[in-house]
Design a protein around this ligand. Sequence first.
Ligand code: NAD
Length: 510
Amino acid sequence: MTVAESPDRFAPARRATVSTSVAGSWINGAAVATRGDAHRVINPATDSVVAEYALATPADIDAAVTAARTALPGWATATPAERSAVLAKLARLADEHADLLVAEEVSQTGKPVRLASEFDVPGSVDNIDFFAGAARHLEGKATAEYSGDHTSSIRREAVGVVATITPWNYPLQMAVWKVLPALAAGCTVVIKPCELTPLTTLTLARLAGEAGLPDGVFNVVTGLGADVGTALAGHRDVDMVTFTGSTAVGRKVMAAAAVHGHRVQLELGGKAPFVVFDDADLDAAIQGAVAGALINTGQDCTAATRAIVARDLYDDFVVGVGEVMGKVVVGDPQDPDTDLGPLISAAHRDKVAAMVARAPGEGGRIVCGGSAPDLPGSFYRPTLIADVSESSEVYRDEIFGPVLTVRSFTDDDDALRQANDTEYGLAASAWTRDVYRAQRASREIKAGCVWINDHIPIISEMPHGGMGASGFGKDMSDYSLEEYLTIKHVMSDITGVAEKDWHRTVFAKR
Ligand code: NAD
C-alpha cells in the first residue's frame, strides 16, 4: 500500500509541513533565536536535515529561569478553575494540531506514522485533558481539631519553578508527562528537550501560549546535555528538578540538584522481564512479546527485553516469536504499512549492533535479526537472542533497541528470582491463566508496574514510575500531581487563652 492509497487516518504526517528553520527556545511567551552553536534535527530514516536551530546558551537558561520565577506568583495563585480552563484549551489545540505534531514526531524520531498518530499524539492529548481536570482536585486530610485546642488544616501549594529534562524516544509524551502536572499544580516550568528532538516540545509551548497560558509559565531551552542540561539541573533559582532519561545521567542530575537541596523526581532506564508460566496462552504470549519488545523500535523504557519462559513452552515460544518477528515490516516510517522505523541515530544503531554482536561470545543464540537491513538511515532488524546466560551483557544491560532475549526457568520460585535479578524496577509482565500465580507475580516482582497477560498499555489515570535504578516518583495520574505540590499544615489555636496547658512542659511555675 502506498501512502496515497492509505486510509485517511494515516495521512497526517504527509498533510502537515514541518518547518525547516526553528527557534530552538521559547522564553517568556515568545520564540527566541538563541545565539549558541547551530544544530540540526536529523531524520534517522533518511539521514536528511529536518530543521536547523541555534542551541541555547547559559544566558538563555538564566533568562528562562527568570521568566519562570517572575511568572510564578500569578500562576500559582490563579484559581484551580482558571488553570484548568487554560489546560483544557491546550488539549483542544493539541488535538486540532495533531497533524503537525504527528509530522514533527515522525520526522525527528523516525517512529512509524501509525505509532505517532495512534499512540504518541492522542495519548498526549488525553494526558493534557486529564491534568486539566486534575488541577481542580487537590486533596488532603480533613480540617479538624486533632489536638482539641487547635484547628488543623492542610494547604497544597505549588513547589515553585520546575526544571525538567526529557529524552528523545517519546519527545511529546515525555514533555507532557513532566510539564502538565507541574502546570496543573501551579508551578512554572523550564524544560530542556533532547537536542535531537525539540520540535514537538516547542510546538506544545507555542500552543500553550495560544491557549492563554501567561508568558513565562512554560519555557523551553534546547541544548546539549553536557552544558545546558548540567546548567539547568544545577541552577540555584529553580525549586525542583525532574528528569526522564538514562540511569547514568539521572544520577548526575540528582547530584547537581543536591548541591542546592532541590526536590528531584527521576524516571530512568528499564530492563523489563516478561514471564511466561507453563499454563499461559502461548499464542497471546508470543504476540505480546513481539509487540512489547518492538514498540518504538524497542526504544521504550518499559519494553519487554527479558523473556523468562517455562521450560515446557520454551522451544515453541522461541520458534513462534521468531516467526512473528520475521513478518514485521521494517522501512519508511511515513508508510502506514511500516511496523518498525529506524533507531534514533547511526551512533545508537551501531551501539545496539555491537551489543548483539557480542552476545554469541557469551552463549547467546541469535534466532532472527542480528543485522542492519540494506536501507539508508539507522535501521536494525527485529532480533531474538535465545539461551542467553544470566551474566551476559544483553541480558543485564539496557539495549534500547528491537532486541528480545530469552531464558527458561524451572519452577515459579526460579521465574520470580530471574524476574527480579536486575538493578532496574520499572515494568514487568506475567503471563498465566492461574489467578494465584498472577497475584503472586504482581506481589513479588519488584517493578513500578506489573501487567498480567499484557505488556505496554498505559492510561492517564494510573501512575508510571519505577524503583531501584529506574528512579523514583511518578508520571501521569493524580500521583504525579502530588510530586509538584507541597503540603503545609496550618494549626490555629481555638482556646484564646494566654497560659496554654502545654506551656507547663516548658515552664512549670507561673
Ligand atoms: P539520556 O540520559 O542520554 O538523555 C536524556 C536527557 O538528558 C537529554 O535531554 C540529554 O540532553 C540530557 N542530558 C545528557 N547529559 C546530561 C547531563 N550531564 N546533565 C543534564 N542533562 C543531560 O537518555 P536518552 O538517550 O535521551 O533516552 C533514553 C533513556 O531514557 C533510556 O535509558 C530510557 O530507558 C530512558 N527513559 C526512561 C523513561 C521512564 O519513564 N522511566 C521514559 C523514556 C526514556
